[in-house]
Design a protein. Structure first.
Length: 396
């Protein structure tokens, strides 16, 4: 286990710039709603997430006061800001700017890792292995920016696939030797990003509502998505986040568990939250008594369902626990989408909020029941549960 460390102020500054980049991903989706634009937004989100996640790993292998880490994070902050500026037109006039700025961020990440390897905090062989895939992926990204239409989308999709496959492409044994995991820093960083994304769903409501005159209907349509966002926060942070951190601390294979549970499965969690936030932007624009537009209904119901599926996968990988309640609510959300075409927007929003609230209440009841059972077991005298030896005379 690595020496524990906490998040530094420069890492928090880095996160703030990613708030802007994530916000622009939802803007990309909300400006023009169709399947192609949804695919583009998902692709850009995957890129932004991977850059952030890669730096978490590299920073985790660095010392808290590393000047190299600070310099690379500050340089990366400026570059990610440029990436965020380019996101709304990443598939148009700003494609080359987006690709080049993003590639530079990924190369800075390799520099941080190389410095950690020089200090003996990371495995050089593992870094060289996925460093090759980073270079190939970034070349494809820049070449794709020079292409047009479907050619660009295909090249960028290939770039993402190769970059994501980098750690998985390593043998599991080599990946185990990548670094020791400073668990508190690692879990804290991913929890912070989930908070950022949930906050984006709230900001999405506030920005749209601030441009319109407040009416009772608008207040209701804005509050219902907020309640659903609170439900997302509860299901992640009430018990799962802390328990996952403690489990990772004593895990037999912490690097592989962290790679699977945080780097990959958290992408599903984050994508669900951001999809939900994009749907909120679409929905708040429409009258509360009118049926919710299909794209907005799919984004909100599907985003919340995707979030719950990702959270269930994370809990299974890290905690070894099945999450049947979360999966059942995810199915119910998709049923709501399928049958809710004629429902007014307030009814659909209320349905999403009610399902999330029901999940939270169910978890509170289940946790209380588990606590009572644990206390009862602790108070049971040992003699009361110890089996009698064969042939022994009954006591008394």
């Amino acid at each position: 286990m690595a020496v524990e460390r906490r998040t530094t102020p420069v890492e928090l500054l880095w996160d703030l710039v990613f708030v802007f980049a994530v916000t622009e991903v939802t803007t990309l989706f909300a400006h023009e709603t169709n399947w192609a634009r949804l695919g583009q937004a998902t692709l850009v989100l995957a890129l932004v997430w991977w850059a952030w996640s890669a730096f978490v790993w590299a920073a985790n292998a660095q010392e808290e006061e590393s000047r190299t880490l600070r310099a690379c994070l500050l340089a990366g902050t400026a570059l990610i800001f440029v990436v965020g500026l380019a996101v709304p037109h990443a598939f148009g006039r700003n494609s080359l700017l987006f690709a080049v700025a993003y590639a530079l961020v990924r190369f800075l990440h390799l520099g941080v890792y190389a410095d950690a390897a020089r200090r003996g905090n990371a495995g050089r062989a593992a870094i060289l292995g996925f460093g090759v895939t980073v270079v190939i992926g970034m070349v494809l990204l820049v070449v794709g920016a020079l292409a047009h239409g479907w050619a660009r989308a295909v090249l960028w999709l290939a770039a993402i696939a190769i970059d994501y496959a980098g750690p998985a492409w390593l043998t599991r044994e080599r990946l185990r030797g990548l670094q020791q995991v400073a668990v508190a820093h690692f879990a804290e960083r991913y929890g912070a990003f989930v908070i950022i994304c949930i906050g984006e769903s709230i900001v999405s409501v506030g920005v749209v509502v601030s441009e319109r005159a407040l009416t009772p209907g608008l207040v209701i349509s804005a509050t219902l998505p907020l309640l659903a966002a609170v439900g997302m926060w509860w299901t992640y942070f009430d018990r799962t986040a802390d328990r996952a951190q403690e489990r990772l601390r004593v895990h037999d294979d912490p690097v592989l568990a962290a790679a699977d549970g945080y780097s990959y499965m958290h992408l599903i969690i984050v994508a669900g939250i951001i999809l939900f936030a994009g749907g909120v932007k679409l929905v708040v624009h429409h009258p509360i008594s009118a049926p919710m537009p299909d794209a907005g209904r799919l984004a909100m119901c599907g985003g919340a369902a995707l979030y719950l599926v990702g959270l269930a996968a994370f809990r299974l990988r890290i905690l070894g626990e099945h999450s049947f309640g979360r999966l059942l609510v995810a199915v119910a959300l998709m049923v709501l989408y399928a049958v809710g075409g004629g429902l007014p927007a307030w009814a659909t929003g209320a349905g999403i909020a009610a399902l999330m609230a029901g999940l939270c209440v169910g978890e509170v009841i289940a946790h209380a029941r588990e606590g009572r059972q644990a206390r009862a077991d602790a108070e049971t005298p040992l003699d009361a549960v110890r089996p009698e030896a064969p042939g022994a005379e009954p006591a008394g």
